[in-house]
Write a protein that binds this ligand. Structure first.
Ligand SMILES: [Zn+2]
Length: 233
């Protein structure tokens, strides 16, 4: 399960990994916490349609929007309950969530909400009619911020899919006549250019064309060290 604050966050930070997992036959769900209604461009209806199209391109099993107000994301109890219920329903082995530091406060709040809902989902006596479930791991992906990744996934083969999925959010990343110039769509320092440069850089660190960096709060356990040796450099 991949969680984003806005409908394009997962595509930007982890679209390559998500596409790779889907192509490997894994079932991936995306939960958008808000509909992104405060974005400078695009209506809620347009953004919903774009998210659906991006999900088809990635090959998602399921996508939903929790409709928490944009810039109102917090780990208040009702939101934690809503997300914990979805975690219990989907029972994912892994949660992908935004890195804990970012220029956009919603990305930071989304991270905190995921951490708290992840914890709550495992509490037997919390919403006791549901079956408790706590996923094994949370991996943090980068949106606007960057930090030293704990590991890098080679996403070269899925990179075109990632880019197509990002560009499906046309109101955000396209430059239509009348569209406002934003941090996402304008100039050589736009988010799209930043993401591609970053993914290319991460790729270069592992001898690949494109890589997505992730981090974790806890050390990653390696049951089969030989599996690490199978990754070509
Ligand atoms: Zn966002």
């Amino acid at each position: 399960m991949a969680v984003g604050a806005h409908p394009d966050d997962v595509e930007v930070g982890a679209g390559g990994l998500v596409a790779k997992l889907c192509q490997a036959g894994r079932r991936v769900a995306v939960v958008d916490l808000s509909a992104g209604e405060l974005a400078s461009n695009g209506t809620v209806a347009e953004r919903r349609q774009e998210a659906g199209r991006a999900g088809e391109i990635l090959g998602l099993a399921w996508r939903c929007c929790l409709e928490i107000p944009d810039r109102g994301i917090s780990s208040d109890l009702p939101y934690r309950r809503r997300l914990a219920a979805i975690i219990r329903q989907c029972r994912p082995r892994l949660i992908l969530c935004p890195y804990w530091s970012d220029r956009h406060p919603d990305h930071v709040s989304a991270c905190r909400l995921v951490q708290e809902a992840w914890f709550d989902a495992g509490l037997k006596k919390m919403a006791a009619r549901q079956t408790p479930f706590r996923p094994n791991q949370i991996w943090y992906y980068f949106i606007a911020a960057i930090a030293e990744p704990r590991f890098i996934v080679d996403v070269s083969e899925c990179y075109q899919t990632k880019k197509t999925a990002i560009l499906a959010h046309q109101t955000q990343f396209g430059r239509h006549p009348g569209a406002a110039a934003t941090f996402l769509n304008d100039g050589p320092g736009s988010l799209l250019a930043t993401v591609e440069s970053r993914d290319r850089y991460f790729g270069s660190l592992i001898g690949s064309m494109y890589g997505e960096g992730f981090t974790t709060l806890e050390p990653l356990a390696v049951g089969n060290p030989l599996a690490l040796l199978e990754v070509p450099r």
